[in-house]
Structure formats: structure tokens, C-alpha cells
Ligand binder design. Structure first.
Ligand code: ATP
Ligand code: MG
Ligand code: MG
Length: 549
């Protein structure tokens, strides 16, 4: 694998392979908890885990880390499967930590039998107080010296439902004086009477994350367990559990830096709050940094994979600028999205010297650099719409678009001259009366230069559309640094235009089609809110980086 861009994880794996560790096998997993939708941070982990597996002809499982039934649901599991597939990855096996509840229970019994776990009746408050601090060792619970027989009996009865929620916990018996607080007899089982979306009411004791994760990895024969840096301090516990139970496999935990993205939030808990409090339309709101939101905005899986490749994998936390993601999206869409014309804020333009009933079907290229994307027909007629912004009654200096008495080229069509403005009683411009030069279709006019080119649609042929102009959800680079991240919400993150019109060729576009609307940005046909007579387009990203300018 000498040709691949290197990162420290590939170096570790290359070394392992040289020593024929794991018989030359590479097995990874992506282990989401189904308590929310996947976000752009998860994409980094997905691309890493699935990417590593593919590079080394290995395997990658999708494993639901579903040990916390209060917060988890089938809806989230389904969304996660959909999003991982959409991103372009196929898992080797679909697993659930809950598949291992019986085995996990048996291993806990093994720890008890070895004198390495005990049932404790301390309250959460007592446990917090006795855990100690970085400089002070913890205090041992009086229950720590309970006999193996008694522990076995109590743990069996915990499972049998004889005790109230929280009455007892099972703790690993490690070291209350450890310099690593995670090793001070962590809780590994608790009593919780909650319905689990997969195991129903079969269990009233549930294993804790740290205990479950390492055993699940080992059961699946994972070789490299890649996780984010905050688990570095948990690695001794990961290894302790596996060293003390009878299990043939001991995966290696390797930590890498989380993705932190400016002007964004990558925490399911906070994203959930945005949904519940209706600051956004849902988990798939195009402003959300979720994969479902990015998808609905029109971002392609390829752009997200490209982004993950570019930011790389390191051992050090850092902030990634939003512009990095936006540029990946722009580059991808610039290359691949066909062009089309849409007038977002229409102004009527009448060509007085064009015959009333005449229609010309002009042939326009779908992509300036890619003739292979073909052409389409766009109808030209006497009454058109142009963008309100493309006409100025009092033009600023260097204005190259249409002015009274001035000329402009209509994209792919003729040069026109504006002769007269019509206003309503409020002095708002409602119509422009123009004339066209029939000799200018596809060629320059004689003896004069026309610099400006503007886009247009035909009144009779274009289709009314709703256009949603999305902008960044947060107006500050680090919403998390505020006491309340909601204070950073951008009040102008959505503008809805209901009078827009798009060219007729878009009528048959399939849901999720992406376009560059000439001069206006990249847009995606909304798969959910569009109706046959009224398509809805979401702005994916502007043509250039205009944020803050
Ligand atoms: P959240 O705080 O959003 O709930 P999490 O880490 O608790 O995130 P999990 O469902 O447990 O979410 O994550 C599944 C995997 O994705 C884990 O291995 C986790 O480390 C990884 N992951 C989560 N967030 C990020 C991120 N911002 N950057 C990189 N990897 C991430
Ligand atoms: Mg987690
Ligand atoms: Mg979490």
C-alpha cells in the first residue's frame, strides 16, 4: 500500500501486517449508537473504517451500539443504515451490541467468579463522592469485600428483576487508587426497567458502554478498533476487560481526532435539541450537518467522501473551516451538475418587436466544459422574465447588466435593448419594454460591444417553483463556546421565494436532481415537498464563497 496517502493508522496497520499480526487480516467496524441521525463527524469515522477495510481487502461491520434503550429507536437505526449506504459503503455484517447481551452477561459472571467484579449498593451520589479526584485516590465501597457467592447470587437476582432500578450496580474490581479515574471500579451493569427496541422486556439489567464495546469488538474479530480521542483514557479499561475474560481475540484500540467543523455542531444531543425545539424542520433539514440534511440540500456522497479524504486523520484536535466543506461541494457540483436557468425574483420583460405567437426552441448546452452532457431545448418568446437584480434604474458604477437605453445579451439568445420602464402606483417597476436585434443569435452585433449576459425564462413556458435559499445555520464559528449554542443561530439561515420560475426542461427532473442555476448557485430538487405542479428547489451552496462579504 505504498502508493496511498499515509496516516498514522495506516502505518500501524502496515507494521501489524509485516509481523503477520491477526494472520494478515484487517477487520474494522463503525459503531454508532442509534440515538440520533448521523452527522458529518460520523462521516469521517465511516470513511476511515470502511476505507481502511477496503484498502486492505478486509471487512467492516456496521454495529449498533444499542445498550442505552431510553434514547434509542428503530427510526434512528433505519436512518443510519440508509445514510451509510447512501454515503457509498456496504457493511460486511450488520450487528447489534444487543445481540451479545447473553454473552456479555456470562462474561460478567466470569469476572465475578474470578473476584474481579462485585455488586454494589452505593447510590450514584455516594459513588460520585467516593470516586476521588485526579490528585486524591477514591474510597472503596463497603460492598467491595462482598464474597464471590454473594455477588453471584445478587447478580442473578438483579437479572431476575428482584430489585428496584438503581438499587444495585455491578462494578469491575480494579483499583480505587488508580491515577486513571476510569479504572476506579467502573460500573459495568445497571438495573433499568426499560423496553428495548430489539430485546423488548427480556432484560432489566443493561451493560455499560465501556464494558460492552471491547467485548463486542472481540466477538466480531475486529482487529483495529478505531475511535475518537476522548476514549484514549478508556483504553486501559478496554484492555483490562479483555485481559480478564476468556475470549480469544484482543482488538487494538486506536484513537484519532474528532472532526470539529466551524459554524456547525457535531453532537447528536444538540442536533436533537434543534429538532425538538423546532429551530429546524427536522433531522433532514438542509441546514443540518447531518448526512440526511446534506443529502436533502443536494450535497453528493462523493463530495463528502472527498472532504473526509482532504481533512485527513490525525491525533490532534483541530477545527476545520466550513469553507473546506463548501469548496468540496462546489468543485463536485461545478464538474457534474448540469446547467439550467431559473429566475428567482422575476421581473417581466416584453420584447415589443418580437412576433406575438412566435416560439423558438433554442438549443443550450448542459455544461460548458462537458459537451458529453448534451443539450436541451429552451423556449424563447415575446414575454420573458429576468432577475429583478439584473435591471437597475440608477445603476452603480461599472454595472454591466440591463439599464434603460442599454443593451444586454440574454444567455443563449439575442441581444436586447431596454426602451421603456413601466411602474405601478407605488413607483415599483413592473415591466420592461425592450426590442431585440434578430441578427444577434449566437453572434456579436455589428459595430458595438455588449458586455453583460443575463439569464431569463419564457413566461409562457417556464414553471412556477418555490426556491429555498439556505445559508449557514450558525452565524458564529464556534457555537459550542457560548453558554447557550442556540444564541449563535443565524436568523437569516432560510429565505423562501415563492414566485420563482424555472425553465421547462426541469419539469421531468427526478427528485434529488442537482443543477447549477446559471449565475445563481447550486440547487437540488427537493424530494419531499415538491409537487407535480410546483417543484421546490433547495440551495445547496452559492457559486462562490460569499460568507461574511
Ligand atoms: P455524538 O456526540 O454526536 O453523540 P458519539 O461519538 O457519541 O457522537 P456514536 O454514535 O457513538 O456518536 O459514534 C459512532 C462513531 O462515530 C464513534 O466511533 C465515534 O467516535 C465516531 N464519531 C462521532 N462523532 C465524530 C466526529 N465528530 N468525528 C469523528 N468521528 C466521530
Ligand atoms: Mg458514543
Ligand atoms: Mg453520544
Amino acid at each position: 500500500n505504498e502508493t496511498l496517502p499515509s496516516n498514522f493508522i495506516r502505518q500501524i496497520i502496515n507494521n501489524d501486517l509485516k509481523q503477520n499480526k491477526n494472520n494478515g487480516k484487517v477487520a474494522t467496524r463503525f459503531p454508532p449508537e442509534p440515538n440520533g441521525y448521523l452527522h458529518i463527524g460520523h462521516a469521517k469515522s465511516i470513511c476511515l473504517n470502511f476505507g481502511i477495510a477496503a484498502e486492505y481487502q478486509g471487512t467492516c461491520n456496521l454495529r449498533f451500539d444499542d445498550t442505552n434503550p431510553e434514547k434509542e429507536s428503530v427510526e434512528y437505526m433505519e436512518a443510519i443504515e440508509r445514510d451509510v449506504s447512501w454515503l457509498g459503503f456496504q457493511w460486511h455484517e450488520l450487528r447489534h451490541a444487543s445481540d451479545y447481551f447473553e454473552q456479555l452477561y456470562d462474561y460478567a459472571v466470569e469476572l465475578i467468579q474470578k473476584g474481579l467484579a462485585y455488586v454494589d449498593s452505593s447510590t450514584p451520589e455516594q459513588m460520585r463522592q467516593n470516586r476521588g479526584t485526579l490528585t486524591e485516590p477514591g474510597k472503596e465501597s463497603p460492598d467491595r469485600s462482598r464474597s464471590i457467592e454473594e455477588n453471584l447470587d445478587l447478580f442473578t437476582r438483579m437479572r431476575a428483576g428482584e430489585f428496584a432500578d438503581g438499587q444495585y450496580v455491578l462494578r469491575a474490581k480494579i483499583d480505587m487508587a488508580s491515577s486513571n479515574i476510569n479504572m476506579r471500579d467502573p460500573v459495568i451493569y445497571r438495573i433499568r426497567r426499560v423496553h428495548h427496541h430489539r430485546t423488548g422486556n427480556q432484560w432489566c439489567v443493561y451493560p455499560m458502554y465501556d464494558y460492552t464495546h471491547c467485548i463486542s469488538d472481540a466477538i466480531e474479530g475486529i482487529t483495529h478498533s478505531l475511535c475518537t480521542l476522548e476514549f484514549e483514557d478508556h483504553r486501559p479499561l478496554y484492555d483490562w476487560v479483555l485481559d480478564n475474560i476468556t475470549i480469544p481475540c484482543h482488538p487494538q484500540q486506536i484513537e484519532f481526532a474528532r472532526l470539529q467543523l466551524e459554524y456547525s455542531i457535531v453532537s447528536k444531543r444538540k442536533l436533537n435539541q434543534l429538532v425538538i425545539e423546532k429551530h429546524v424542520g427536522g433531522w433532514d433539514d438542509p441546514r443540518m450537518p447531518t448526512l440526511a440534511g446534506l443529502r436533502r440540500a443536494g450535497v453528493t456522497p462523493a463530495a463528502i467522501r472527498d472532504f473526509c479524504e482532504r481533512i485527513g486523520i490525525t491525533k490532534k484536535d483541530s477545527w476545520i473551516e466550513m469553507a473546506v466543506l463548501e469548496n468540496c461541494i462546489r468543485e463536485d457540483l461545478n464538474e457534474n451538475a448540469p446547467r439550467a436557468m431559473a429566475v428567482l425574483r422575476p421581473l417581466k420583460l416584453i420584447i415589443d418587436n418580437y412576433p406575438d405567437d412566435k416560439v423558438e426552441a433554442l438549443e443550450l448546452g448542459n455544461h460548458p466544459q462537458k459537451p458529453e452532457l448534451g443539450t436541451r431545448k429552451v423556449e424563447f418568446s415575446k414575454v420573458l422574465y429576468i432577475e429583478q437584480d439584473d435591471f437597475a434604474e440608477n445603476p452603480p458604477p461599472k454595472y454591466k447588466r440591463l439599464v434603460e437605453g442599454g443593451e444586454v445579451r440574454l444567455r443563449g439568445a439575442y441581444v436586447i435593448r431596454c426602451n421603456r420602464i413601466v411602474k405601478d402606483e407605488n413607483e415599483s417597476i413592473i415591466e420592461l419594454h425592450c426590442s431585440y436585434d434578430p441578427d444577434t443569435l449566437g453572434k456579436n452585433p455589428e459595430g458595438r460591444k455588449v458586455k453583460g449576459v443575463i439569464h431569463w425564462v419564457s413566461e409562457r413556458h417556464s414553471v412556477p417553483a418555490e426556491i429555498r435559499l439556505y445559508d449557514r445555520l450558525f452565524s458564529q464559528p464556534n457555537p459550542d463556546s457560548l453558554d447557550n449554542f442556540l444564541d449563535a443561530l443565524n436568523p437569516d439561515s432560510l429565505e423562501i421565494l415563492t414566485e420563482s420560475r424555472v425553465e421547462s426542461s426541469l419539469t421531468d427532473a427526478p427528485p434529488e436532481s442537482r443543477f447549477q442555476f446559471e449565475r445563481m448557485g447550486y440547487f437540488c430538487l427537493d424530494a419531499i415537498d415538491s409537487t407535480p405542479g410546483k417543484p421546490v428547489f433547495n440551495r445547496t451552496v452559492t457559486l462562490r464563497d460569499t460568507w461574511g462579504k
